[in-house]
Design a protein around this ligand. Structure first.
Ligand code: SF4
Ligand code: SF4
Length: 126
């Protein structure tokens, strides 16, 4: 599975909300697999990923909010101190818990996102 780095956070905060029904149904499938406890390999990419596939904001190889998502992806990789590449899902969620939530960095990374008011009051669920 490919994921943009900031989607590690979005997946943890997902409660069934999304841009439209095609996107939300697709994201529900991905999140269900990742929350199932199955050993999933995730390749972090600096570009469109498997979640973007069904997103109405996708513009070819870009996002309609390209500057925002480029910033978010870089901020998450910086916080995790890892490069783009392939990891175990469990390894990534452990890193997010320790290096982002454990250090209080979630608000700093996400506060400019339009979904922040919803995400900041949602329990993280991996
Ligand atoms: S605030 Fe935005 S970037 Fe952060 S987890 Fe929520 S949807 Fe994802
Ligand atoms: S296309 Fe943009 S808004 Fe849609 S899932 Fe991908 S990064 Fe998020």
């Amino acid at each position: 599975m490919t994921l943009r780095p900031h989607h590690l956070l979005c997946i943890g905060k997902f409660t069934g909300h999304g841009y439209d029904s095609a996107f939300t149904n697709h994201m529900t499938e991905i999140v269900s697999l990742l929350r199932s406890g199955e050993d999933v390999k995730v390749t972090l990419v600096r570009g469109v990923d498997d979640l973007c596939d069904k997103c109405p904001n996708r513009r070819g190889s870009l996002c309609s909010s390209q500057d925002k998502v480029t910033y978010l992806d870089a901020a998450v990789l910086d916080a995790l101190c890892i490069p783009a590449g392939t990891y175990d899902w469990a390894e990534l969620t452990e890193g997010v818990r320790e290096r982002i939530y454990g250090r209080g960095s979630f608000d700093l990374i996400c506060e400019s996102c339009e979904w922040f008011p919803l995400c900041c009051k949602t329990e993280t669920n991996y």
